[in-house]
Design a protein. Structure first.
Length: 26
């Protein structure tokens, strides 16, 4: 998924932060 989706999911759904953090943190 594009970084844009990761960013939106992270802010929208904290639960998604689990996988989002890996992409964003990376």
């Amino acid at each position: 998924v594009p970084w844009g989706l990761d960013r939106i999911d992270q802010e929208d759904l904290p639960l998604d932060g689990s996988y989002t953090t890996e992409s964003d943190g990376s």
